[in-house]
Structures are given as C-alpha cells and as structure tokens.
Design a protein around this ligand. Structure first.
Ligand code: PEP
Ligand code: MG
Length: 569
C-alpha cells in the first residue's frame, strides 16, 4: 500500500476505507463552583434529574443495540444502568455535593475518577472492563449536567472512520450506516468495544499509541483490521479496491444468511458442524436463529460473575434447562466453571496469586472446592433430561485430572439416583484442550474422554508464554504460530485415531479466513459467536477437504506465522 502505514492491533477483522472523524467525547473542562448552604439541596436535585436523563438515554441505547446488534451485546448497558442506582457511585456523588459544598459536575468527576482508578487497579480483566463502563457513565452524566450535546455524526454522508483516544460502548451504539471502521490509541482485543465492533462487522485497529495524533480530521484512511494496520492517504486505486472487496463481502454475507439454517458440508461431502459459543442462557434463542447446529461452548461463569452469591442448584438448573430446550436434540456443550485466571468472584475468596493464569483456575479450582463443583454438576445432571447435554471440563492438563472430574460426576449421579432423580443415561464428558500438556498427551486423553474441544485462546497464551490480555505482548500472541498449529494437529490426529469428535471453540474458529486451514488440520466442529455462524458455514461449502489437508500440511510446516499466512492466503 502506497500511503504511510501505522501499526497497531487488529481487534475486529475486515478492511474499510473512509475519512477520519475524531471523536472527542469529553465535555471539556469541568467547572468547579462552591455552593452556599442554601444551594445544596437544589444541586442534589439537579444531579438526580441528570441521573434520570442518563437512565432514559441508556435505556434507549440498550434497545437500539438489542435491535441492531443483538441481545447479548445490549447487556453491556445493564452495567451502566446499575451504576446509576449504585449507592457507592451515584449515592457517593450526592453525598459529596453536600459534604464538599461543590457543584454536581465537580463531584461527579471526582467520584468517577476515583472509582475508575480503583477498578482499573484490580488485576482482573472483567473488572478492568467495568472501569471503562464507569468512565462511560460518568462522561455521560457530566455531559448532561453541562447541557452539552453528544457527538453528532448524522450530518456526515461520506464513509467515516471514527478515531479516538479510546472508545467506550456508548460511542458504538446507534451509529449511522456510513461509519465503516474504528481506530484508537488505546484498547485491547478483549475491550467491550472490540467485541461490539466484531459483532457489528466493522474493522477496528486499536493500540496505535501516540501515532494516532498523526491522523487529522478529514484525512483519508484504510483500516485493515486483519493486519492491524492503518494506511494514511491511500491512493484512489487502493480505496477503490477496498470498496470492491466490501461489496463482495456484503454479497457473500447475504448469500450466507439465506442458507444459515442448512447444514454445512465441504464440496467433497465432509459434514462440518458449526456451533455457537454462548455466555448467557438468553443467548440460546439467538444462536438457534443464527443457524447454529448446536452449542460448542456455554461459558457458565457468567452465571457466577453476575451474582453476588454462589448460584444455587435451582438457579443453575433453570439456566441449563433453558439452553438445552432451545436446542432440542442438538448437542449442547456446557463448560463447568472456569474461574480464576482473569476471572475473579468477589464472594469466592480466591487466593491472591503471583501468576493467576498458572494458578488455581478452572477444573483445578472446582476439584479443590467440591461443594462448589457438586452444586454445578448436580444441576447439570438434573437438566440432562431436557436435551442433548455434553459436559466439558476446562484447562485439564492430565489424564488424572480428567479421571478425578469423571469420578466426581459419577458420584453426583449416584447421589441423585438415590434421591430418585431422573437423568439422561448418556451424558458425554469431554475436555477443553487449552494447555500444551493436554495437546501433547492428547493420545492418552483420547482413550478416556468422549470428545475434545480446542480452546485456542488459552492454548495460544500458554504455548507462546504471551498473556492473552497484555497489549505489550499482543504482537507475540498469534494462534497461527507453527507451535500452536502443531498442537492443534496433534490433538485432531489423536481424536481421529481414537474415533472421538474434535471441535474448536477459541476465537480462531470464528475467523472465516481460517476455515479451510482448520478443516485441513482435522477439525470436525467449529464453535463461535453467533454472528459468524452463517459466514463460516458458507466458507465450509466452498472448501475441498482433500486440498485443505494439503494446504494445512504446508501451513504446519511453515517457519513463521507470516509464512503460514502466505500459505493460506
Ligand atoms: C479458550 O481458551 O480458547 C476458550 C474458548 O476459553 P476462554 O476464552 O473462556 O478461556
Ligand atoms: Mg480458555
């Protein structure tokens, strides 16, 4: 590409061209005004009115995102609404107005910043995302209090790339159709806005750092979310090429969506199951509507993260039953609790660890806390009569660990039988292959488990010793590294030899550019966000499994991730 290139992190795939428009969200300097005693009550009332106005705005945004993007994505705004009613946040601002005798804007800025800093300092990706939420809510309140209108993009008509220091979820909702991509100085792949951008299918490049300042308002840009690059002042030919690709993509998508509910097989007749990853029971209906052949990963930790208490057996049973019923006789793979690592529970009393990703996480935690594990396994077994349940254990690193988990399930089954509870006779038990140890001993595990599902998000970080959430090593975190590909192949070969199903539920599975490679490596099932199901199915239909195998052999023999990309291009 001819223009100057800025390198960042691609957080949402695709390529788009448009003119830069800077999004400056801040309402500017926040005025500080001292209040007289008689003014305090009126100021508190003004603040409460701002809370009401913010609640209306956020509820409207939530509705719009639910309609345009999806229910699951709209739930980001539930956290915002919760802050508005939170005594430790909104209540604290009201108290501060009285205690410090200051105007609402000043109190709001101070409490927002203190809360944000407190959340951001916690070593936890989930809570760090709450820090973005609080900034979003605080910015909105200050804007309302100052009577400043939000950023108005509706007057623009040309394809537009939003440029910002950092984006918050509200920035991405209700955007006009001519917004074609996002570029920021800061942010990571796991930010809520990155997930939203992927779901909206708009390319995004984050993490340009100070280089973002080189992008002046109105400059032409190409955003390449696959390569994590931004091209400044591209030639007309480049822009036309990008637009042609976009039109072709849109046509492909329309065609894919028309056939989303049909099964997907390669040209030479190999059936590939395309499943959905879900995080909440209410995502199940959307996954069915998107054409998913089953659920490849239900991340049950959301049930735990959203509660302020251990979810009871009854609460869990209801959640699992809802998902199983939505899918009828199609497989639903429910993963047992994967807590620890980057996911912490305020009520779980997890130990403080030097290396939480290498610590008491996932199956290790569950085996160490039988009372927690028992509640979940009992709920799962009870729900098994409502559909086709497969239970999956996360982060297993040895045959002994799987055996312990299997024995635990047998114990719970025995207990429920004694109580006269009905259960499905055949509940499959499998493991996520997401540690190098599991992949390297896949042949041993394959003799004991009913199925494998490869978790490339963790497999990549553990194989390459590169933290999946650390922007400083994001350039090293690459699932196309030959080491990761070899482990995937090893796992698929072991599954094939043992005659058990092997799927993949890491982010990699939803990347349609990799579908041929994954089929060639031996995957039989791919599981992804519902938004990608139709497109991946369509890709499957264009693949010749024999040729895919040859290409995958070449890719697995390549020396570097870039060489792998060359092979599969
Ligand atoms: C994975 O590690 O690839 C995976 C799917 O699990 P999670 O992202 O929930 O750790
Ligand atoms: Mg994982």
């Amino acid at each position: 590409m001819a223009g100057r290139t800025l390198q960042g992190i691609g957080v949402a795939p695709g390529v788009a061209a448009g003119r830069a428009v800077w999004l400056r969200r801040e309402a500017g300097e926040v005025p500080v005004r001292r209040l007289g005693d008689s003014e305090v009550q009126a100021e508190q009332e003004r603040f409460r009115a701002a809370i009401d106005a913010a609640r209306l705005e956020i509820t409207a945004l939530r509705k719009r995102v639910a309609a345009d993007v999806g229910q699951a994505e709209a739930q980001v705004f539930d956290a915002h609404l919760a802050f508005l009613g939170d005594p430790a946040y909104a209540g604290e601002i009201e108290r501060k107005i009285a205690a410090d005798r200051v105007n609402a804007e000043a109190a709001c800025r101070e409490v927002t910043e203190a809360t944000r800093a407190m959340l951001a300092s916690l070593p936890d990706e989930y809570l760090a995302a709450r820090a973005d939420d609080i900034r979003d809510v605080g910015g909105r309140l200050m804007r309302i209090l100052q009577g400043v209108a939000g950023v108005d993009l509706a007057h623009l008509t040309e394809p537009t790339v939003l440029v910002a220091d950092e984006l918050v979820p509200s920035d991405l909702s209700g955007l006009p159709a001519h917004v074609v991509g996002f570029v920021t100085a800061r942010g990571s792949k796991t930010a809520h806005t990155a997930i939203l951008a992927r779901t909206m299918r708009l390319p995004a490049v984050y993490g340009l750092g100070e280089a973002v300042e080189a992008i002046a308002d109105g400059r032409m840009l190409v955003v390449d979310g696959d390569a994590g690059r931004v091209v400044l002042d591209p030639s007309e030919d480049e822009v036309e090429g990008v637009r042609r690709d976009q039109r072709a993509q849109a046509e492909l998508r329309a065609q894919a969506e028309a056939r989303a509910n049909e099964p997907a097989a390669t040209q030479d007749g190999r059936r590939i199951e395309v499943f959905a990853n879900i995080g909440k029971p209410q995502d199940a209906e959307a996954a069915v509507a998107a054409g998913a052949d089953g659920v490849g990963l239900f991340r049950t930790e959301f049930l735990y993260l959203e509660n302020d208490h251990w979810p009871t057996e009854e609460e869990q049973y209801d959640a699992y039953r809802r998902v199983l019923e939505a899918f009828g006789d199609k497989p639903v793979i429910i993963r047992t609790l994967d807590i620890g690592g980057d996911k912490r529970l305020p009520y779980a009393e997890l130990p403080v660890e030097e290396n939480p990703f290498l610590g008491l996480r996932a199956i290790r935690y569950c085996l160490a806390k039988p009372e927690v594990f028992r509640t979940q396994i009992r709920a799962l077994l009870r729900a098994s009569v409502h559909g086709n349940l497969w239970i999956m254990f996360p982060m297993v690193e040895s045959v002994s660990e799987f055996r312990a988990a299997r024995a635990f399930v047998a114990d719970c089954r025995e207990e429920l039988t004694q109580e006269g509870v009905r259960m499905a006779a055949d509940v499959k038990l499998g493991v996520m292959v997401e540690t190098p140890a599991a992949a390297l001993t896949a042949d041993l595990l394959a003799r004991e488990v009913d199925f494998f599902s490869i978790g490339t998000n963790d497999l990549t970080q553990y194989t390459l010793a590169a933290d999946r959430g650390n922007a400083d090593v994001a350039h090293l975190y690459d699932p196309l590294h030959p080491a990761v590909l070899r482990l995937i192949r090893m796992t698929c070969d072991a599954a094939e030899n043992a005659g058990i199903p092997v799927g993949m539920c890491g982010e990699m599975a939803g990347d349609a550019a990799l579908t041929e490679l994954l089929i060639g490596l031996g995957l039989q099932e791919l599981s992804m966000s519902s938004a990608f199901v139709a497109l991946v199915k369509e890709r499957v239909r264009g693949v010749d499994a024999g040729r895919a195998r040859e290409r995958a052999d070449k890719a697995a023999a390549a020396e570097t991730p870039d060489a792998v990309r060359e092979v599969i291009r």
